[in-house]
Design a protein around this ligand. Sequence first.
Ligand code: NAD
Length: 446
Amino acid sequence: MQLAMIGSGYVGLVSGACFADFGFSVTCIDADAGKIARLNQGDIPIYEPGLDDLVRRNVAAGRLAFTTDLAAGVAAADIVFIAVGTPRAGDGDADLSHVEAATRQIAAALDGFTIIATKSTVPVGTGDRLEALIREVNPAADFALVSNPEFLREGAAIADFKIPDRIIVGLEDERARAPMVALYRPLYLNTAPLVFTSRRSAELAKYAANAFLAIKISFINEIADLCEATGANVQDVSRSIGLDKRIGSKFLHAGPGYGGSCFPKDTVALAAIGRRHNAPQRLVDTTIAVNAGRAGAMARKIAAAVGGDVAGKAFAVLGLTFKPETDDMRDAPSLGIITTLQKSGATIRAYDPEGMKAAAPLLPGVAFATGPYDAASGADALVIITEWNAFRSLDLSKLKSVMRKPVLVDLRNIYRRQEVEAAGFAYVSVGQPAPSVLSESRTAAE
Ligand code: NAD
């Protein structure tokens, strides 16, 4: 089977390379000629563990190619995937301009019966609109348009693609079923459930999944606030509730709030879709508001750790990307926290293993360091924003020796208070009360 992937970003490139690895012949197409030129030189434009090797192997085997020539790629394909971006539009709704532009181009290039599979995250009902658009551009086109939302996570994208919890295919035209089954055969043989739904259900399922996970994160962040106020420990609470199989332990880590290329835009889009259909998504609205308050709350926590006023103080920041193992800076919590501190007169020296190139244009005034100890040099406090493994076992005595003040603000709870305090640091984390709060709440209870 011949596949064309329109859009060679995080989703298109990973999916294209994985399909090629299953033995399909894949052409990855992108409108960005610079990106395609880099890919053709073997230079992977994004950081995703294992992707270099996967791409190199499949290009060498002749199963994976890159081009800007959409028309040729589409004409030759049995299945065309749309994997272009759907960023946030001004009104919060998903911006479908890239999807619509790609669909017009696909429509004009179709040759023989073709399945068009939307991997981009799109509002419910978009499939109907795209189908009408294709008929308008090319009334003679023979096609079936399916929704095939993607659930991979950046940083673990290849494993997620190859061992997914489920594959969702929303279809209205039965002719698409057998080819989609054949496409995902390597995965369901590997026990991944292949779930067929209506096209609208598949479109909505993607938003519902992301919104639910975002709600979980905001929920535990509010519980963390309550822990700080009452002397409970959010990690104990998380573990206690997460062991309940009905709840599950994932996405119950308190921290600086969710970010990234999906949750922020998808929650806002789902809320807009709900309003448009007169079915308000109040839990989602509240989740968005809770998350929006998180950067300010973290900046206040950092300020409190250095005595309340950050003006003239120097902060070392470790971790800028929205999560570890990616270079993606889209809607990263670090952006809001750092700019809030800067506005109050703080200076920032930051280090991230993969994200500094993407972060530099977004964070004017930030100095970038060569490593954690270089970032910490002369700092009044060290702030961990993203939990890269490289930050999990820092040499605390070395850190203390280079810092102006030994203060560690751990926004991901990757250290234990006891060990950090034993090394002579003041330690501030999330949802884990300082000893003073504990003794105050005990006194109040007595
Ligand atoms: P991205 O911005 O990394 O990549 C999109 C690519 O599409 C870009 O390279 C762009 O140049 C290209 N493009 C845009 N218009 C084009 C056109 N007309 N023809 C050819 N190429 C075109 O985006 P992404 O992160 O891969 O996300 C793509 C979609 O998948 C979005 O809808 C997103 O919500 C969804 N999604 C993303 C993730 C993720 O982890 N990034 C996970 C699941 C779903």
